[in-house]
Write a protein that binds this ligand. Structure first.
Ligand SMILES: Nc1nc2c(c(=O)[nH]1)N[C@H]1C(S)=C(S)[C@@H](COP(=O)(O)OP(=O)(O)OC[C@H]3O[C@@H](n4cnc5c(=O)[nH]c(N)nc54)[C@H](O)[C@@H]3O)O[C@H]1N2
Ligand SMILES: Nc1nc2c(c(=O)[nH]1)N[C@H]1C(S)=C(S)[C@@H](COP(=O)(O)OP(=O)(O)OC[C@H]3O[C@@H](n4cnc5c(=O)[nH]c(N)nc54)[C@H](O)[C@@H]3O)O[C@H]1N2
Ligand SMILES: [Mo]
Length: 776
């Protein structure tokens, strides 16, 4: 059952840096951000030897017009043009790209792929930036240099020679700029496939589908201004201090203003306590902390829908005596199916709500009171809500609750998903969608003179399965680290290895270069911080944040190597080779990205006149019809849903395990083995457990345990020798880190509502290592 020994067929023994220190766990009681963050950043800058360039670049991060967009997350830029709108993890993220270390042909000549497969993921990325295109040579088992022209021809020929364009798949990780995104989907569709899997398939797919069903637009409607004026914030299933640290500023401001801040998370994360606002130098100097929470509720894993249902039930019950509890006028004018929703709330018993949510009625009523007393409420959420079987129903339940009090289409109110990758939302806007609408395809066809395929394409999980079967033969990864980010690691490895060709467009060496098809290319690209010289001069690219603001990002650093190409140029190169007779002016587009934007303006809703508007000081906001109370739903109204509560209570003896990030990692990129806010040092192979669950199993702190997951189809997967950490987490729940724990996520375990892998709800048993248990 030990899947962790073999770099070829299982997982790496270790993803983080060596040497490994002794594991430590000391519950952490310091405020989020502040000096701890400053110290951590300094250590990081020193290690990456970026002490000169690092700080200079950081000063340009998120500057309107003259700066580059921080690739760290999708939190919007400060509307007041704050000139130090940065955070610890954003700085690490940028410095990671700007490292002075390089991995060139000598490196690949010295190390075979088999040898590199035994390296940790940390060591792979730590070699620095890729410098020139490389092709895999099966005879020597080494990557060897290849010219760009030959690389494009190899990829182009493989694509041309497919029996069917559906045998190709084009993955995107959400940091690709809008212009490259647009060209990428054009390449896929001109070739004849909608196989455009992306990281949202593992991330916010559920949010998009739910919001589209309820409101007719797949995005949140609240923007940063709304955050600044709201009376109550409900923050669900996000570790904001680590993963959206600039949210801390908004939370601190809200607290000062007297707004209520309710955190809903099985773990009380750092953002649910207090912070030192990172860019407030006075606060930093005097160690002044601000509370960032007024109420914390700890539902069981998967218990959010029941909790929200409980709040709605309380509001509905109260409306019998309190006419202001509901916004009846809003409900009458703007919504459909309210009666059905009321009926399902009435039919859901308080017992079911309490047992399914894992929160007592008192706590739910407290949250309901906050909601009732606030004129304007925002509900914000991230992966703790989406990566579940019933993620779509839960997001729809969030919208139901908002609709009850007309928290939509007005200042200070609305749904507000926290997106992950810095441009993941822009990717969707610009056409990365395996289920495109007919209207979009019509316009794309008309404007670009192509005949796009109408059949839906494959998402991430479907692509992996198709590669496994041999139905997808060419895999192109535009950024990201597919091998490690996807579920069921050994299965995904086998799928990638079964391809005729894998192409990875990347900035640094990672696992996806070593787990490759029979032929393989590494195509190194410019990073977001770097100058992109094209014929018409230095180019900028546009990106869209979590709150639908589109703005320009422009790099200012000399490229890491003279042999790098921009992502748009790489896509155009592959496209020309794959589609020699294409009428699309690929080369002409690359000379001047304004030309790409002009075409985008004609194809994409909300991009009209985008070349001018994107150059406005803060860029432009894509119109959100739902924000204007225009609902592109079948009824033309905001639609209540009335789904039954799912049963999320673990069977006796089993636990619900959520996989998540540590503080010191960026998805598959590991910065260190520490998780500062959770009090962990030098340890990633851990599992956080409730002390009673530990006691019941004869487990104490640092006891090595074996974890076995049971998939929907009854199959088992396991990890051995993880160390148990007693943690403030509800009974029946456990948590640990991705990507190591992806081994436990079965390929068949995805949501029937969103097709998202169930990464926050893995059914596991945990027992002390060494028993017969692991072999069961
Ligand atoms: N520094 C840094 N920033 C990042 C990233 C990174 O890796 N590092 N990743 C980026 C990406 S792509 C994304 S999508 C986001 C991810 O941001 P998050 O959503 O914060 O990601 P996770 O670390 O997976 O944390 C999930 C949170 O959900 C909670 N949770 C788990 N199960 C449940 C549940 O059933 N209900 C509720 N209410 N909560 C639950 C966990 O306790 C944890 O706090 O961050 C983005 N920003
Ligand atoms: N178990 C479990 N698995 C998960 C999750 C989870 O919560 N639990 N979360 C899921 C989520 S939310 C997401 S978004 C995915 C993330 O999946 P991915 O987006 O595929 O993974 P990342 O780790 O973000 O990708 C990192 C790589 O991107 C490349 N890169 C960095 N910058 C650039 C650039 O500018 N251009 C290009 N071309 N490449 C660049 C680098 O080579 C780096 O190694 O993982 C998913 N996997
Ligand atoms: Mo994500």
């Amino acid at each position: 059952m030990n899947a962790s020994q073999n770099g070829q067929d299982g997982r790496e023994p270790h993803v983080g840096p060596d040497p490994r220190g002794e594991p430590e766990f000391h519950p952490y009681h310091h405020p989020a951000a502040g000096w701890g963050a400053a110290k951590s950043v300094t250590q990081f800058l020193v290690r990456e030897r970026a002490l000169v360039d690092g700080p200079r670049a950081i000063m340009r991060m998120n500057h309107e017009r003259t700066g580059f967009d921080c690739p760290g997350c999708a939190w919007p830029d400060d509307t007041k043009g704050l000139h130090l709108d940065i955070c610890e993890n954003g700085i690490k993220h940028v410095t990671w790209e700007m490292t002075n270390k390089r991995v060139g042909r000598e490196f690949f000549a010295a190390h075979s792929v088999t040898e590199l497969s035994g390296w940790s993921d940390y060591d792979l990325e730590d070699q620095g930036r890729l410098t020139e295109p490389m092709v895999y040579d099966p005879d020597s088992d080494h990557y060897v240099p290849v010219t760009w022209r030959d690389a494009f021809e190899l990829a182009g020929r493989a694509l041309r020679e497919l029996d069917d364009p559906g045998q190709a798949s084009f993955y995107t990780s959400g940091r690709l700029g809008n212009e490259a995104t647009f060209l990428y989907q054009l390449l896929a569709r001109e070739l004849g496939t909608n196989n455009l899997p992306d990281c949202s398939n593992m991330c916010h797919e559920a949010s998009g589908r739910a919001l589209t069903a309820s409101l007719g637009t797949g995005k949140g409607t609240a923007d940063l201004k709304d955050w600044e004026t709201t009376d109550a914030l409900f923050i669900m299933g996000v570790n904001a201090a680590s993963n959206a640290p600039r949210m801390l500023t908004a939370l601190a401001e809200a607290y000062h203003r007297g707004a209520q801040i309710v955190h809903i998370n099985p773990l009380v994360e750092a953002a649910a306590t207090r912070t030192i606002v990172p860019h407030d130098f006075t606060d930093m100097a005097v160690f002044k902390t601000t509370r960032t929470s007024t109420l914390n509720l700890q539902p069981r894993i998967g218990g959010d829908m029941a909790l929200i249902r409980g709040m709605a039930k309380a509001i509905l019950e109260q409306s019998a005596t309190d006419p202001k509890a509901l916004d009846q006028e809003f409900i009458d004018r703007h919504t459909a199916y309210f009666d059905k929703y009321r009926a399902v709330c009435e039919a859901t018993s308080w017992e079911a709500i309490e047992s399914q949510s894992g929160v007592g009625r008192d706590g739910i009523l407290k949250a309901a009171r906050v909601y009732r007393d606030a004129d304007r409420s925002i509900i914000s959420w991230c992966l703790g809500v989406t990566q579940h079987e019933h993620g779509v129903d839960t997001v729809r339940e969030i919208v139901n609750l908002l609709l009850l009090r007309g928290n939509l289409g007005r200042e200070g109110a609305g749904p507000s998903p926290v997106r992950g990758h810095s441009n993941v939302q822009g990717n969707r806007t610009c056409g990365i969608d395996h289920r495109p609408s007919a209207e979009f395809l019509d316009r794309l066809g008309e404007v670009c003179g192509i005949d796009p395929p109408r059949e839906h394409g494959m998402d991430t999980v479907a692509t992996i399965r198709a590669m496994h079967r041999g139905d997808v033969k060419v895999f192109v990864g535009m950024g990201g680290n597919f091998a490690l980010a996807a579920p069921d690691t050994p299965y995904t490895y086998a799928a990638l290895r079964n391809c005729d060709l894998t192409v990875q467009v990347s900035t640094k060496l990672n696992r996806s270069h070593l787990v490759h098809g029979r032929r393989a290319l590494i195509l190194p690209c410019l990073g977001r911080t770097e100058k992109d010289h094209q014929r018409a001069g230095i180019q900028s690219t546009s990106v869209e944040d979590s709150m639908s603001m589109v703005h320009l990002s422009i790099g200012m650093k000399r490229p890491a190597s003279k042999d790098l190409l921009s992502e748009p140029a790489i896509i155009a190169g592959i496209a020309r080779a794959a589609l020699p007779d294409s009428d699309t002016p690929w080369e002409w587009y690359i000379e001047d990205y304004d030309r790409i934007r002009d075409t985008m303006a004609r194809v994409l809703d909300g991009f009209e006149d985008c070349n001018r508007r994107v150059r406005l000081p803060l860029g432009f906001r894509i119109k959100q019809p739902a924000r204007e109370l225009v609902f592109l739903t079948p009824s033309g109204l905001a639609e209540f849903s009335a789904a039954p509560l799912p049963d999320v209570i673990p069977e006796p003896g089993t636990l619900a395990l959520g996989t998540m990030r540590s503080h010191d990692q960026w998805n598959t990129t590991i910065y260190s083995d520490n998780d500062r806010y959770r009090g962990v040092k030098n340890l990633r192979t851990l599992v956080f457990m409730n002390e009673d669950d530990m006691r019941e199993r004869g487990i104490s702190e640092f006891t090595p345990v074996d974890i076995v997951s049971t998939a929907k189809d009854g199959s088992h997967r396991g990890l051995d020798g993880y160390l148990a950490i007693p943690y403030d987490i509800p009974r029946g729940c456990a948590a640990g880190y991705m990507p190591e724990m992806n081994v436990l996520c079965a390929i068949g375990d995805y949501s029937l509502q969103s097709d998202q892998p169930l990464m926050k709800h893995v059914k596991v048993t945990i027992a002390p290592s060494g028993g017969d248990f692991a072999k069961s």
